[in-house]
Ligand binder design. Sequence first.
Ligand code: UDP
Length: 468
Amino acid sequence: MGSISGDTQPHHVVLFPFMSKGHTIPLLHLARLLLQRRLTVTIFTTPANRPFISESLNDTTAFILDLPFSHNVTDLPAGIESTDKLPSMSMFPSFANATKLMQPDFERALQNLPRVNFMVSDGFLWWTLESASKFNIPRFVFYGMCYYSCCVSRAVAIDRLLFGLQSNDELITVPPFPWIKVTRNDFELPISEGQLKGRKFEFTKETVIAASLNSYGIIFNSFYELEPLFDDYWNRECTPKAWSVGPLCLAEPPKGRTEPHNKPKWVQWLDKKLDQGSSVLYVAFGSQAEISPAQLKEIATGLEESKVNFLWVIRKCESEISDGFEERVKDRGIVVREWVDQREILMHESVQGFISHCGWNSVLESICAGVPILAWPMMADQPLNARMVVEEIKVGLRVETCDGSVRGFVKWEGLEKMVKELMEGKKGKEVRKKSKELAEMAKKAIEEGGSSKCTLDLLINETCGKKT
Ligand code: UDP
């Protein structure tokens, strides 16, 4: 790690990712892009999250500072420093609220840093705006969402969603985009009145939005050509000014290993499938999704009955599938219970389809690899991302739920049918073609003269007075 005391890198950026993998990873990619432009980068985190960041950036000069995060908050087990360690996502508001305990240490640290030209901090760390203002640092907010989901969320009146609908599945039109129809089920309303009742949270949807509105800008992990209409809408109708600098996952290639013995066993397995001329379906639901044992069993049966080759990554806490499943499918399926390099898997030539929860990073990584998606959203912005994937940019199909709702239970028969459609059907062929076209556009966006590269250069120029 490099020192930040020298004068050779006078322009200095502070990054403060939220403590979850999906929010941290894209900002680590952004760190690389800033370092490539010879800016000094300091990343704030907590002791428990530091090893992941250090390991990811061990070949760079990024400077990492950790702040103690010892909360003693009702409803939150002690020692938890990352949302993927939360026993339940219902504890998320308590967790986000507790991050504010870091504010005094954060400000003491800022005082001792060389001049900071700008700060990029996560939307859930709303209080960092106050700290940035005290030190006259322009703050960019980062949510890791796409324009489509942000624009639709802003455009739909929350009161209408909460009180104006007969059922969770009643369709309503989104006024500025009349072709888009959404339901209450498309929205995660985790910080509802009910959940907040009786608790004193500074962290609320209102505080987060107010802090965003008063920030210098918002950074989108997207690229103009992917969603021009929504990028234009945001910059015409919403504040703060948005900057599209993605896909950030293209900032560095996955750490590919050429030596066969250095490759993880699942990559060796993919190599074998490629040698046999077989295609593989990748199945993964990100770092947060909670999948019930009953749903896991249906997934297993659906994959078994579909007869396709598959690589299924499951979280350790979900390790029980169904008796004898792995033995029965061992010739054409592999189940992985470890942290994988997802980009390495998606980029593998054998992978031709992805069952995804549609976390925005996963969607972008799939697009960049030219792999079509079978969309299975579960929470947060995922239902809207899934709509975007299937209805707007048409790089995916949707999994069939029992009750037809966007987040319902999926029976194995519905899964089997859609897996076959994605991997072998006509619709699968269409979305695969579209994915490959978008993969090319994504690459161009970050190349010399590309839209995202120019936007990041402009941002640096504006905040640092620096020509990159
Ligand atoms: N990821 C990974 N290996 C894993 C699980 C996840 O590399 O075993 C990465 C994935 O590539 C993505 C991020 O973790 O960059 C997950 O972000 P996403 O927005 O897709 O979903 P979330 O975990 O936030 O729900």
